[in-house]
Write a protein that binds this ligand. Structure first.
Ligand code: FAD
Length: 644
């Protein structure tokens, strides 16, 4: 059969099911705690800054810190980042960039969060908050109100031991306090916040902000004891005896070595050990020629911290490193493959870090006195195999020595569960240092012992640790009270009436986030590199949001099939098609039966098809429709926890 005579292919379509519109809100779906990012971005666009903060804070006790440093899976999922851009003639001129969701969250928190408001006022505001358009309130407001109304079993006498005051442990403690239990957090370090305080450098995250965020948790009743090492000042066995449950949230803070010849000994350190020492103001001897091994964000935190230490020690005004001092970052990956964020690489380059991509270390070389004098590296031809498994291949003919006197290794971290020896031998480890965990409840094999954060899922992002801490809190509540705490998804569909968008919103380019010029950054080690948005910039950036929760709803009983909506659509995302032209599927058959009745002739009926990826929710279709058959609707969802 010639192609001309071939029957045209039928269009495969997806019939919206119950969760369809919810799934389209990709930013909220991608967030491990399901923050309504779309909600706060649109609130900023409308100038409702406090509401924006309260939406962001609802499910996330670390909202302000996330505004500074979150790895932002929401941005990676943002549909605007996938949206094709067209010129006036409809030609494809490249793809757009995602909404700067993290920077907008920072802006919202700077308007109404603990950055500017005392802790108790933050709590009162969150408790008061009921979104104007939602069927129900945000998650934390619910918990607060329910706690105040005594709807949870009040169990203040039930103490829960939380080991580790990182984001996982503190998020768990925050929600345990809301649930009416008495969390007691034990932290080995002199300061709380885990890797946020002792890993993330202060030029990315101000220490005062950490303190303020944690003050809100204390105000909720979280008891926090710093400088208490479980396994030393208090045993695990004793915690189990004196508390109704124990949550282990000790993270993975021990630097992983590479096992290289010459590695053990002076002059070679774990990168996170340097970060911890700098954060605590402890002495850490750095030489003049430093090599950092690693290609991820942690390696950049290490290298950029070294830059600041050296520049500060040397001149206090240096824009670049003094000539005889070098900081080299060597990674297996080439520039294109490096796992570090582009912004880290660019800013690292600006600050004078020398990059050597595509090389892996072979040995650390030492002089006869045992002092480090070089790292022997060899070319890495490939890091991953075809299945994206780590399987580096090297070219041993291409070797070179990097002169140095200090080596900092940033190649991942591992755990230390030695405290389990006293009272925790029933906590089974699936491999040394990593407990076996029930993913649904985060419980271990030992009764009443739970885990959260990096220890539960391996090293990930701050927001993953928060999500995991919250999950553990709910499981602990169920364990202690015998009551189930079940999530209930609330979905609201709101008629938006005469919905209008900002003029030209689809053409606005991403507003660059202002940063400190490189020459200013090194004057003070803690100078904030990111300046962020002012109000005008934030409103402009927020107005780029495509508002994926909004959708045109077509009323088939009113539609006169004029095709006006199709004609007016600026992204050609609508199509009028005969039902006969659609590829058959059980879902389509059941919809047709439901709407037209069994036995109806599909050829006599039409459907409006919508390409969700192209639709920019401009509402022109609704405005154009002469029969008022199209209404704009917003779908919004939130999780509420019911105790039963
Ligand atoms: C250098 C660095 C930079 C990072 N930057 C980012 C970023 O920009 N964005 C992002 O999203 N994520 C980032 N992360 C990841 C993020 O910080 C972690 O995923 C998160 O901190 C893990 O939280 P956690 O609570 O599980 O563990 P941790 O934060 O490690 O907290 C565990 C706590 O337990 C304490 N502890 C350990 N043993 C004991 C004991 N025996 N007794 C008492 N206390 C104990 C520790 O001292 C620590 O305070 C970064 C990580 C590192 C290392």
């Amino acid at each position: 059969m010639s192609e001309l005579n071939a029957a045209p292919a039928r269009l495969a379509v997806e019939i919206p099911d119950a969760g369809y519109h919810r799934r389209l809100i990709s930013c909220q779906q991608a967030c491990p705690v399901h923050t309504d990012a779309r909600g706060y971005v649109r609130a900023i666009a409308a100038g409702r800054f406090e509401e924006a903060y309260l939406i962001a804070r609802g499910p996330n006790p670390f909202a302000s810190i996330c505004g500074r440093i979150c790895g932002a899976p929401c941005e990676a999922a943002c549909r605007r980042g996938r949206n094709p851009r067209f010129d006036a003639d409809g030609g494809h001129v490249g793809d757009d960039r995602p909404i700067a969701i993290r920077a907008l969250k920072r802006f919202a928190c700077e308007q109404a969060g603990p950055d500017v408001v005392p802790p108790t006022e933050v709590l009162t505001a969150v408790q008061r908050y009921v979104p104007s358009v939602a069927a129900d309130a945000e998650e934390m407001a619910h918990l607060l109100r329910d706690a105040v109304a005594g709807r949870f079993v009040p169990a203040r006498s039930e103490r829960v031991a939380v080991i580790g005051a990182g984001p996982a442990g503190l998020s768990a403690a925050h929600d345990l306090a809301l649930l009416g239990l008495a969390p007691v957090v034990y932290e080995t370090e002199p300061v709380p916040a885990g890797m946020l305080a002792l890993g993330v450098p202060d030029y990315r995250l101000p220490r005062d902000l950490i303190r303020r965020e944690i003050e809100v948790m204390r105000a909720l009743g979280v008891e926090l004891h710093c400088g208490v090492t479980v396994g030393r000042e208090v045993s695990f066995a004793e915690l189990r005896r004196t508390h109704s449950a124990v949550l282990i949230a000790v993270g993975a803070k021990r630097p992983r070595g590479l096992g290289l010849p010459g590695e053990p000994g002076p002059g070679v350190h774990g990168g996170v050990d340097l970060l911890r020492a700098v954060a605590l103001g402890e002495q850490f001897d750095l030489g003049d020629r430093v090599v950092v091994i690693g290609g991820g964000n942690v390696a950049y935190d290490v290298a950029r911290t070294v830059v600041r230490q050296i520049a500060y020690d040397a001149a206090r005004t240096a824009a670049r490193l003094p000539g005889h001092r070098t900081i080299r970052l060597v990674s297996l990956e080439t520039l294109e493959e490096m796992p570090a964020d582009t912004v880290e690489i660019v800013e690292g380059d600006e600050e004078g870090i020398e990059r050597l991509g595509g090389y892996g270390p072979v040995e650390i070389q030492r002089d006869p006195g045992g002092r480090v004098n070089g790292v022997l590296v060899r070319r890495c031809l490939r890091v991953y195999d075809a299945d994206r498994r780590f399987a580096p291949v090297f070219d041993d003919q291409d070797r070179r020595v990097l002169d140095c006197d200090t080596v900092l290794i940033a190649a991942g971290q591992t755990t230390d569960l030695s405290f389990l020896a006293d009272g925790g031998t029933d906590v089974t480890e699936f491999r040394p240092g990593w407990p076996q965990v029930d993913p649904a409840t985060l419980s271990t094999t030992a009764s009443g012992v739970f885990v959260a954060g990096d220890l539960a899922h391996g090293t990930r992002l701050l927001i993953d640790a928060v999500a995991s801490g919250k999950k553990a809190a709910r499981a602990i509540y169920a364990h202690i009270t015998g009551r189930r705490l079940a999530p209930e998804m609330l979905e609201a569909h709101l008629d938006l009436g005469r919905y209008r968008r900002e003029p030209g919103y689809e053409m606005i380019r991403r507003v660059e986030i202002r940063v400190l010029p490189p020459e200013e950054r090194l004057k003070q080690p803690g100078a904030q590199v990111e300046i962020g948005y002012d109000a005008a910039e934030a409103v402009l950036e927020a107005s780029r949001c495509l508002d994926c929760g909004v959708t045109p709803v077509f009323d088939g009983t009113r539609c006169i099939l004029c095709g006006g909506c199709v004609d007016v659509c600026p992204t050609v995302c609508l199509k009028l098609a005969s039902l006969d032209d659609l590829a058959p599927s059980p879902e389509l058959a059941s919809l047709v039966d439901r709407l037209l009745g069994p036995g109806a002739d599909p050829g006599a009926h039409s459907a409006i098809l919508k390409d969700e990826d192209r639709c920019i929710r401009c509402a022109l279709c609704a405005m154009r429709c002469p029969a008022d058959a199209i209404t704009m609707e917003r779908v919004q969802f939130t999780t509420q926890w019911r105790s039963s």
